[in-house]
Design a protein around this ligand. Structure first.
Ligand code: ATP
Ligand code: MG
Length: 302
C-alpha cells in the first residue's frame, strides 16, 4: 500500500518547512460566537503527531464547533490555530477550508455521516483523491483524456483505495452503493476516505456513534493502527467511553464551550469537575458516558 504520512504539498499558507518541535496542532484562546451564543469559550489545547487526543464533553459542549474551526467550516471569532509538520507551518484560522484539507493535510469525518450515498464505496475513496488526480492531469482535458501521468496517478489512487478497503475488510463491498450499506460500515468507509488523502491530522467526530461493542472494538484497533503505522495525529470527539478512554493518549474535556479539564484518561475520568459536568446534567445525558464514568468511579472507590 502506498499511503504514507509523507509529502503533503506546501501551499501559500506555508510559513516554514523545518521539522517542527512540540505539538503538531496548537489551539490558543479559541472562541466562537453565534449571535450571542458562546459556543466555544477561550479554549486552548495541543495535539501531537502519532498520538490520539480525545475531546469529550456533554451534548452542546462545543466539540463539533472546535472541529469546524480547525477544519475551516467556521472562521473563529477569536484565537489562533497553528499546525506544524514536515510539510510546513500553517495558521488554519486564516485559511480556506479546502486549503486546510489540501495543503495543510487535515482530514475529517462528520458526526452525521457524509458519504456520497449513490456512489460506490470505491468511488467515494477515489473522490477523496481528486486533488492528486487533477494535479496529474495538469488541470487540462488533454491530461484527463490521455496523459500517461494521469493514468498512472489514477492507477495509484485505485491502489491506495484498494489498500484501505483491504485493511478494513471491505473489498467485497467495493462496488456497492455506499448509501445502501449498514451504518457501522459507512463509518469505516468515512475513515478510509479521510485516510486516502494522507492527512497529517485526522479529526474524527463521534466515529463510534451507532456502533455495537464489537464494531467499537474494531474501531479501536483501526485507530491505534493508523496512529502507529502512519504517525497520524488523531483528534477524536467521542461519547463512547469504551473507545475514548481506552485509546486516547490525552483527553481534553469541554463543558458549556469552555475547557474544564485535560490530562491522561486516568486523570480526567477521576476529575471532580468532569464527573460533575456529566452527572450534573439532567437532560440529554448520554447514558453510556454517565454510566461508564459512574461505574469507573464506583469501581475505584470500592
Ligand atoms: N451554526 C451554528 N449556529 C448557531 N449555534 C450553533 C451553531 N453551531 C453550533 N451552535 C451552538 O453551539 C453550541 C455547541 O454546539 P456543538 O455542536 O459544537 O456541540 P457538541 O459538543 O458537538 O455537542 P454534541 O455532543 O451534541 O454533538 C450549541 O449550543 C449549539 O447549538
Ligand atoms: Mg457534536
Amino acid at each position: 500500500m502506498s499511503v504514507t504520512a509523507q509529502d503533503v504539498p506546501g501551499g501559500p499558507g506555508v510559513t516554514g518547512a523545518d521539522a517542527p518541535q512540540g505539538p503538531m496542532l496548537t489551539v490558543e484562546h479559541l472562541s466562537m460566537y453565534f449571535d450571542g451564543i458562546v459556543a466555544v469559550d477561550d479554549v486552548s489545547f495541543g495535539a501531537e503527531r502519532g498520538r490520539i487526543t480525545g475531546i469529550i464533553g456533554p451534548n452542546g459542549a462545543g466539540k463539533t464547533t472546535v472541529f469546524n474551526c480547525i477544519t475551516g467550516f467556521y472562521r473563529p471569532s477569536v484565537g489562533r490555530i497553528a499546525l506544524d509538520h514536515e510539510g510546513g507551518s500553517f495558521l488554519l484560522e486564516r485559511m480556506e477550508g479546502f486549503r486546510i484539507a489540501r495543503d495543510a493535510g487535515v482530514g475529517r469525518t462528520f458526526q452525521n455521516i457524509r458519504l456520497f450515498p449513490r456512489m460506490t464505496v470505491l468511488e467515494n475513496l477515489l473522490v477523496a483523491q481528486h486533488t492528486k488526480l487533477m494535479r496529474a492531469s495538469a488541470f487540462s482535458i488533454a491530461g484527463l483524456l490521455g496523459l500517461k501521468r494521469f493514468r498512472d496517478a489514477e492507477d495509484a489512487a485505485v491502489e491506495v483505495a484498494r489498500g484501505w478497503l483491504a485493511r478494513l475488510g471491505l473489498i467485497p463491498l467495493a462496488d456497492r452503493e455506499a448509501g445502501t450499506l449498514a451504518h457501522g460500515i459507512q463509518r469505516k468507509i468515512e475513515i478510509a476516505r479521510a485516510m486516502c488523502s494522507e492527512p497529517k491530522l485526522l479529526c474524527l467526530d463521534e466515529p463510534a456513534a451507532g456502533l455495537n461493542p464489537r464494531e467499537s472494538e474494531e474501531l479501536n484497533r483501526l485507530l491505534l493502527g493508523i496512529r502507529s503505522d502512519y504517525g497520524t495525529g488523531i483528534l477524536l470527539i467521542e461519547h463512547d467511553m469504551s473507545v475514548v478512554m481506552k485509546i486516547s493518549d490525552h483527553v481534553v474535556v469541554l463543558d458549556h464551550g469552555a475547557k474544564i479539564a485535560e490530562g491522561t484518561p486516568e486523570a480526567v475520568r477521576h476529575d471532580p469537575a468532569v464527573i460533575r459536568a456529566y452527572l450534573g446534567e439532567e437532560e440529554g445525558l448520554p447514558e453510556v458516558v454517565a454510566g461508564d464514568i459512574a461505574a469507573d468511579t464506583k469501581g475505584e472507590g470500592s
